[in-house]
Ligand binder design. Structure first.
Ligand code: SF4
Ligand code: SF4
Length: 199
């Protein structure tokens, strides 16, 4: 059982995006009932918000629930208290990641980290490279197997011109990748200052 930490709500309010809304939750359960993940995840938003108020810091920050949110906004449009639930869930995921507490092998977390480094390096996501980085992360043989399993989806993406096989050799470059990097660095600096993080 994880230790009770009475000031966890205050920590969430100060350090998590939109965290100041958590105390407004009245535990009606509408978000849990509206979420397409309802029966599939251990911690619905309702449960996560209750755990925050109960001071269950470790249990919340190591949960993989926040990483499973698909941003469908079903919960947001139905919440009677108008909580920005989706943003809070993503804010909690980011916070847990920054503290090094997010589950390391969680597939969405790994995808997010790969996506971010792919995007920030050149200012533009190289979709083919991203797919290869994601599928081959567990080695060549496992990558080939996953690639084969997903071949139909890949062929449809190619047919719809959503993926360009020449991107790997001749990648489209952002005209001002350095400018994008400076902009992202500035945004991170502002967010860090606001949330009290050192750079
Ligand atoms: S719908 Fe809103 S008020 Fe109801 S449990 Fe979910 S977050 Fe709380
Ligand atoms: S936005 Fe996330 S938490 Fe809300 S209903 Fe959709 S998947 Fe569930």
């Amino acid at each position: 059982m994880s230790a009770y930490q009475g000031d966890f709500l205050k920590e969430v309010e100060a350090r998590v995006e939109e965290g100041e809304w958590v105390k407004m939750c009245m535990q009606c359960g509408v978000c849990a009932g509206s979420c397409p993940f309802g029966p599939h995840w251990e911690h619905s938003p309702q449960k996560i918000f209750m755990m925050i108020r109960a001071g269950k810091r470790e249990e919340v920050l190591t949960s993989d629930a926040m990483w499973m949110c698909t941003s469908c906004y079903n919960c947001v449009v139905r919440c009677p208290r108008k909580l920005p639930i989706t943003q809070i869930m993503h804010g909690l995921a980011t916070y847990a990641h920054r503290l090094g507490l997010a589950p390391k092998m969680q597939p969405t977390r790994r995808f997010s980290v790969t996506f971010w480094s792919n995007l920030t390096r050149t200012g533009r996501v190289n979709e083919l490279k991203l797919v290869l980085q994601v599928y081959f992360r567990n080695g060549f043989a496992a990558g080939l197997k996953e690639f084969w399993n997903m071949r139909r989806v890949g062929l449809r993406l190619l047919a719809a011109k959503r993926m360009n096989p020449f991107e790997l050799v001749f990648p489209h470059r952002c005209k001002d990748a350095k400018g994008i990097q400076r902009m992202l660095a500035k945004a991170c600096e502002i967010e860090n200052r606001k949330r009290g993080f050192s750079q």
